[in-house]
Ligand binder design. Structure first.
Ligand SMILES: [Zn+2]
Length: 558
């Protein structure tokens, strides 16, 4: 069968070339034929082939039709049955941080205090005295037994190097004694509002663990990387994204990232489209500029404003109505951006009046509830419009707030991988009942809410296929939930793919430009080694990205 189809292909190919001149038909620059294309376009869900011209999709159709667009200069790719999807859009990412973390120390897989110390010791050997050791992404839940790291584990090997390595969720760091000294943190230092300096219950000395706002006490002493270093990190991140089929990224940024992306754009080395959020604390600057978002071109846009209501579940700083099951002393914390009281509402109001999109981080049920109250009041005051406001994470929800999210047309910006990761220990932290509406993707969808999916890289891997696998299986990483953790919240493969493509485009006001394989849209595609609709769901994450096409150009190929 295959040989026959190749012969036919060649015949058709030569026929097409011979008659191109008199047909006057537009010829493609690149065609992909003999594939299985799931387009995410409801009016033409399936196709066999795609033709690209310049930076756009010229046509989506059968191989036979597409081969009529092959001219003398057309590059032809025979997909041989491989699957094509729209290029993936990662709707929540810390992109340059991710690049730095690919370049820096890795503590993510560490399972013991000895290994923790030895990796840090090895790093010290490779750097100069006085240089900081940063990032790391450690996960104390993996330690045996699970325990928070302490400065004493590493002080001996880091006498001349300040250390500030973060938990993978970014809501806790471990600082060594030198870093604490530089920050002036002693046993007498009080925890700042929205943060905590952990202290030894016996000696009262800081253990080195700093949570949320307390992290700033040390972090403000870390020298800012140079623009050259940031560009290097961004390029490493872009290469990694291309390998994973990611062609668009929503960067939950720090204000300083723009010059990096602008420089990469100038030298034509941006291989993903960046939609960049700026901290909501900068809202007045936007107001003064009278700048409406999104603003920019198809490669680089200023998106909206990113804010925080609370912390994270793993750090016990996500804000709940009821106490944590494993620590009845706490219900979590409001983020420092919530102080003084009323400031968040004021800023959202300012942003909305200025015509700006907001994307606000809320994890605990109370954080989400408080945020929805704010949204409700601002909408009531400013009236209806096409806002596309987003809640980042929308992780633990009261059932009635799932309704409210839909009613207020808020986009739920979710990260399915967190469900299979946190699912290992979330019940211990907050009990089974609250977990029923944790990562409640299905319930959100059923009410009509748009789910924009992302990774939250480096909290989770920058890998949409693993995210899709997580959303459709909910099989926790420890293998203890083969049928899925709260399986009623599993979503369909179609919905999961849509979450990583068209819905991501919607979340940045760009669904007319990208997010589906459709004539006239930007030529961003991913080619997979297998038809993920026909394999067991468990194998989706093992599927390979064979090729990534960005802006009509092949940027990654296996
Ligand atoms: Zn994040």
């Amino acid at each position: 069968m295959r040989e026959l189809s190749i012969i036919l292909l060649v015949l058709l190919f030569s026929f097409t070339i011979s008659c191109q001149s008199d047909s006057g038909r537009e010829m493609a620059d690149l065609v992909l034929v003999n594939g299985i294309v799931w387009t995410v376009n409801p009016s033409q869900p399936w196709a066999e082939a795609v033709a690209l011209k310049g930076d756009k999709i010229l046509e989506v159709s059968s191989s036979r039709e597409i081969m009529r667009m092959i001219g003398e200069k057309t590059k032809v790719i025979d997909l041989n049955g491989d699957m094509v999807l729209p290029g993936f859009i990662d709707s929540h990412n810390h992109f340059i941080h991710g690049g730095f973390s690919l370049l820096s120390i890795r503590l993510r897989e560490v399972k013991s205090r000895e290994e923790f110390a030895s990796r840090i010791k090895n790093k010290v050997k490779k750097i100069e005295k006085g240089e900081w050791i940063l990032k790391g992404d450690w996960d104390h839940q993996q330690f045996k037994p699970p325990e928070l790291p302490r400065k004493e584990w590493i002080d001996e090997v880091t006498v001349h190097n300040p250390v500030c390595v973060n938990r993978y969720d970014g809501h806790m760091v471990l600082a060594n004694s030198l870093a604490l000294k530089l920050a002036g943190i002693t046993k007498d230092t009080l925890s700042p509002e929205g943060g905590e300096i952990l202290k030894d219950p016996e000696t009262g000395e800081p253990t080195g663990i700093l949570k949320d706002a307390a992290m700033d006490l040390v972090m403000r002493h870390i020298p800012e990387p140079s623009i050259k270093e940031k560009i290097k990190a961004a390029e490493v991140a872009l290469r990694h994204a291309a390998e994973k089929g990611v062609t668009s990224v929503h960067d939950m940024a720090y204000a300083g990232n723009f010059e990096v992306y602008q420089e990469l754009l100038r030298v034509n080395r941006l291989t993903a489209r960046l939609y960049v959020y700026i901290p909501i604390t900068e809202v007045e600057l936007y107001e003064r500029l009278k700048l409406k978002t999104p603003f920019g071109n198809n490669f680089l846009k200023i998106g909206g404003l990113k804010g925080f209501v609370d912390g994270s579940l793993g750090s016990s700083t996500a804000l709940f109505f009821k106490p944590y099951a494993d620590n009845p002393e706490t219900r979590g914390l409001f983020h420092s951006q919530m102080f003084p009281e009323g400031i968040m509402e004021h800023r959202v109001m300012q942003a909305d009046r200025a015509g700006l999109q907001v994307a606000i981080h809320a994890i605990g049920d109370r954080a989400n509830h408080v945020l929805l109250d704010i949204f409700e009041r601002v909408i009531a005051q400013n009236g209806e419009r096409n806002r596309r406001w987003r809640i980042e994470h929308a992780q633990h929800l009261l059932p009635e707030d799932i309704e409210r999210i839909a009613k207020l047309k808020i986009i739920a910006s979710v990260q399915p991988y967190h469900a299979i990761d946190d699912g290992r220990w979330a019940e211990k932290k907050i009990g089974r009942k609250r977990c029923q509406y944790t990562y409640a993707f299905k319930s959100l969808l059923e009410k009509g809410t748009v789910l924009a999916c992302g990774s939250d890289w480096t909290v989770a891997p920058l890998d949409p296929l693993t995210g899709i696998y997580a959303a459709v299986t909910r099989q926790t990483l420890d293998g203890k939930n083969p049928g899925g953790w709260f399986p009623e919240q599993k979503i369909s493969l179609e919905d999961a793919i849509k979450g990583y493509t068209l819905n991501g485009a919607y979340a940045e006001f760009s669904e007319h430009l990208k997010g589906s394989v459709e004539r006239g849209k930007l030529a961003d595609l991913v080619v997979l080694s297998r038809n993920i609709f026909e394999i067991p769901a468990e194998e989706i994450q093992k599927t390979e990205v064979k090729m990534t096409i960005f802006n009509g150009r092949i940027i990654g190929r296996k």
